[in-house]
Design a protein around this ligand. Structure first.
Ligand SMILES: Cc1cc2nc3c(=O)[nH]c(=O)nc-3n(C[C@H](O)[C@H](O)[C@H](O)COP(=O)(O)OP(=O)(O)OC[C@H]3O[C@@H](n4cnc5c(N)ncnc54)[C@H](O)[C@@H]3O)c2cc1C
Length: 362
């Protein structure tokens, strides 16, 4: 047993070869995730956060854009905070596949030596970051909710730990790049600035079609019931609804406002609505323009997931409910009276905006 241990070689990638001058590594790189040429909001949010970190480190913000026919996205990355964009535009990258995408990432990291690499903690980001980390002499902090750097230029990536009861700050002290994936909705996207300029550096694909062992035969869009992260308006319901039926009211209000329905964990646990609607520490972190909390008390685990909403409206019959402390507007009363009245008011307003008898395109 002892001999077997001795003979075991170190895992590929875990040991850097020879002495490495880590000071050559400069810049904060954001891997921009896209779908059909449109950047995921989390990538734009990370570009904003990268600007803040890069200013502290006095280094440029770098972005990596991969895909097919995505050159306009390189420009968008610059408008949202990147100074330099590595662009790999190739038919082989039309749809995400781990190997061709991770090879491009590895090539860019090894050639341009960023000291920090960030990507969204989406399904794709999690897969890609894990695949890259196994080939580099470094670690990866997954699912971060706070990022910072210290005086030694170390990335402080914090994430909930121990069943979300505490926040752990994780450092990668010895190796570069320092890598983290980050949750959507936590960081602030900078306003798009079309006057910003930057450099676009073309990067060749690192695998040709023959080398890629997977083939995409058909792309089937899976039907997602709700996309809380990208919603501008969320109408969220809590235990105050009294049962699942009242979610119909919230659905109506959300539809009138062009939004989607969210929920507290209490009602998800009760089975009144699916988990993909849950907002909060163990659900989704959201940042809509309007968040209406209906019959939600405002427990800290809920509030951490929605406190960055631009405008918060709380409807609760208890005037001392904690949710009122963070609400911009508070309506104290019975939700079964307030919500139907709101639906009527919004419907009337929508009707005024486009009178029923007027053709929409007139
Ligand atoms: C580790 C951990 C993680 C957690 N993660 C999450 C999370 O991600 N998201 C989350 O939401 N929670 C989370 N929780 C649970 C959280 O602590 C609360 O228990 C939960 O948010 C409470 O949900 P609620 O506000 O719907 O219910 P309650 O706290 O029961 O609040 C119901 C509210 O409805 C009001 N109300 C009642 N009837 C009416 C009416 N007719 N009209 C108007 N108002 C009315 C009441 O006044 C009350 O304020 C977590 C807890 C733990 C321990």
């Amino acid at each position: 047993m002892a001999d077997a241990k001795k003979k075991r070689k170190p895992m590929i990638g875990l040991q850097p070869e020879g002495d490495v001058d880590w000071s050559q590594y400069r810049g904060v790189l954001v891997v921009v995730e896209q779908r059909k040429g449109i950047a995921k909001p989390v990538s734009l949010q990370l570009l904003g956060e990268a600007r803040r970190l890069a200013a502290k480190l006095d280094v440029p913000v770098l972005a990596l854009v991969m895909g097919y026919q995505v050159s306009q996205l390189a420009q968008e990355a610059i408008y949202h905070g990147a100074d330099k964009v590595y662009l790999c535009d190739s038919p082989e990258l039309d749809h995400y596949r781990t190997r061709p995408y991770s090879r491009v990432c590895l090539h860019v990291i090894r050639k341009y030596l960023p000291e920090i690499v960030l990507m969204g903690a989406t399904n794709t980001g999690r897969d890609l970051a894990g695949a890259i980390a196994t080939h580099l002499p470094t670690g990866l902090t997954a699912d971060s909710t706070q990022l910072d750097v210290d005086e030694e230029r170390l990335l402080l990536a914090s994430r909930p730990a121990f069943s979300e009861k505490m926040l752990a700050t994780i450092l990668c002290k010895q190796f570069k790049p320092q890598m983290a994936t980050a949750r959507a909705g936590v960081f602030e996207q900078l306003p798009r600035d079309p006057t910003r300029t930057g450099e676009v550096i073309p990067v060749p694909p690192q695998m040709d079609a023959q080398e890629i062992s997977t083939e995409i035969i058909e792309f089937i869009e899976s039907f997602r019931r709700v996309n809380l992260q990208d919603a501008d308006v969320i109408v969220a319901g809590g235990r105050g609804l009294g049962g699942p039926a009242a979610f119909g009211l919230l659905e109506e209000l959300a539809q009138e406002l062009g939004g989607v329905v969210g929920a507290s964990r209490a009602v998800v646990d009760l089975g009144w609505i699916g988990h993909d609607h849950q907002v909060g520490q163990t659900g989704v972190t959201v940042r809509p323009k309007l968040y209406i909390a209906v019959g939600i008390s405002g427990a800290v685990q809920h509030v951490v997931g929605m406190q960055n909403s631009t405008c918060i409206v709380a409807i609760n019959k208890d005037p001392n409910a904690p949710i009122f402390k963070i609400a911009n507007y508070g309506l104290v009363g019975d939700l079964f009276q307030i919500v139907p009245a709101l639906i009527e008011a919004v419907r009337a307003r929508n009707g005024e905006a486009i009178p029923m008898n007027m053709p929409v395109n007139s």
